[in-house]
Design a protein around this ligand. Structure first.
Ligand code: PMP
Length: 428
């Protein structure tokens, strides 16, 4: 199957290059390849499978919906209403009362595109401010506001008016020749660029950021930085878009990661884990003051999907019933205390994360340069021993885990043992 894929499919595919497996079926935190090998899946659809593979109750709700109504364009339907109410019910009441929902095409990037377009329409301004290390998707505008130069460089005439600023992170910035300023300096710099007449940046349509940069290598925003960005954008009337595509729907232990920072965004982008088992869906939740699109201003055939609505309603019901967010926090503490041992390894520059989103940054002991080859070797070693993990960050030297949110303590225990052994063996 891998060879056939090589023959027939676009060269753009990525995961099977570093994880050469052909998937046959999955259940919970486990996935089986076509040869019958079973793996613990801590890639989990790049953070999509919050309830694991093929959660039986969600599968049943999708099957029932499929029998009832499989597609509905943007007509109102009972399941769409239930999904809308379920999503809004996860917001704090004050925020909920101010927010509206927009259903986007099915991927995170579609929702990022919509968020930028909405802010441009509402403000009548063109530019967007984004941050070093951010990732927002591969479509045109989403790519333009992402830091990943390798994706943008081969595509001429990208979206104009995007300005990148240093991201004020908690702990050390990922290894490499990046900005080493502290969070306060990052906020000061942004402030000066926007308010000093010599700053050179006209007032933008939006500021877009992730609270935890996932693809960027699990880089966590410093609370002071985020608070200052929010204060500044409020003072200047610039909508703040928080991209919760990866951090959202429980991944960091609260429904949205921004809740832990005491800020309220103007636009929230959510996608990956909205439906628990990977039925594609993406939404914007935005302040009703931005509701400036005329009917037909942002259309699309797959704006919302009845199967995704059914899965999303069932996912929230299960998350509440099983205290899945409590599990995320407890399992997160378990991961933190296990992986802390790695810090005595000279190749481990940092272990960071929260909830069930963790990164282990590998760097050369002397120079501090990203240890890209070591990270690839660790990922391959873990795979051979039955654990699928992701990589990200500068030169892909950060090993990342995104387990299902209902993962058990036993599975965390086994996976951490495989991962720690892989790092130990490959670095010695
Ligand atoms: N935003 C963030 C924060 C993401 O992590 C991703 C995907 N990794 C996207 C947007 C893009 O989502 P999609 O791949 O579904 O287009």
């Amino acid at each position: 199957l891998l060879a056939r894929q090589e023959q027939w499919e676009s060269r753009a595919r990525t995961y099977p290059r570093s994880l050469p497996v052909a998937l046959a079926k999955g259940s919970g935190s486990f996935v089986q390849d076509v040869d019958g090998n079973v793996f613990i899946d801590f890639l989990a659809g790049a953070g999509v499978l919050s309830l694991g593979h093929s959660h039986p109750e969600v599968v049943r709700s999708v099957a029932l919906q499929l029998d009832c109504l499989s597609h509905g364009l943007d007509f109102p339907t009972p399941v769409k209403d239930a999904f809308t109410q379920a999503q809004l019910s996860m917001l704090e009441p004050g925020l909920r009362s101010r927010m509206k929902v927009h259903f986007c095409g099915p991927t995170g990037a579609n929702a990022v595109e919509a968020a930028i377009k909405l802010c441009k329409t509402a403000t009548g301004r063109g530019g967007v401010i984004a941050f070093h290390g951010g990732f927002h998707g591969s479509t045109h505008a989403a790519m333009a506001v992402s830091g990943l130069v390798s994706q943008k460089a081969p595509v001429p005439d990208g979206m104009p008016g995007v300005h990148f600023f240093p991201y004020g992170s908690l702990g050390p910035y990922p290894a490499g020749p990046a900005c080493d300023s502290g969070p306060a300096e990052c906020a000061d710099y942004l402030n000066r660029a926007l308010t000093d007449g010599l700053g050179g940046i006209p007032l933008p349509a939006a500021v877009i950021l992730e609270v935890v940069q996932g693809e960027g290598g699990v880089v966590i925003a410093h609370p002071e930085f985020l608070r200052r960005v929010r204060e500044l954008t409020l003072a200047l009337g610039v909508p703040l878009i928080v991209d919760e595509v990866q951090t959202g729907c429980g991944r960091t232990g609260t429904w949205f990661a921004f809740e832990q920072y005491g800020i309220e965004p103007d636009v929230i982008v959510a996608s990956k884990a909205l439906t628990g088992i990977g039925i594609p869906a993406a939404i914007l939740l935005y302040n009703s003051a931005l509701d400036t699109w005329a009917p037909g201003a942002h259309i699309g055939t797959f704006r919302g999907n009845q199967l995704a609505f059914a899965a999303g309603v069932e996912t929230i019901r299960i998350i509440r019933r099983d205290d899945v967010l409590g599990n995320v926090r407890r399992r997160g503490e378990q991961v933190a205390s296990r992986l802390a041992e790695l810090l005595s390894n000279p190749w481990v520059r940092d272990v960071r994360g929260g909830g069930l989103m963790w990164g282990i940054e590998l760097a050369h002991p002397g120079s501090g340069r990203p240890a890209a080859r070591l990270a690839a070797a660790v990922q391959a070693h873990a795979l051979r021993h039955g654990l699928i993990v992701e990589r990200g960050g500068r030169e892909d030297a950060v090993i990342r885990i995104l387990p299902p949110l209902n993962v058990t303590a036993d599975v965390i225990h086994t996976a951490c043992a495989i991962l720690m052994d892989a790092i130990h063996v490959c670095s010695s």
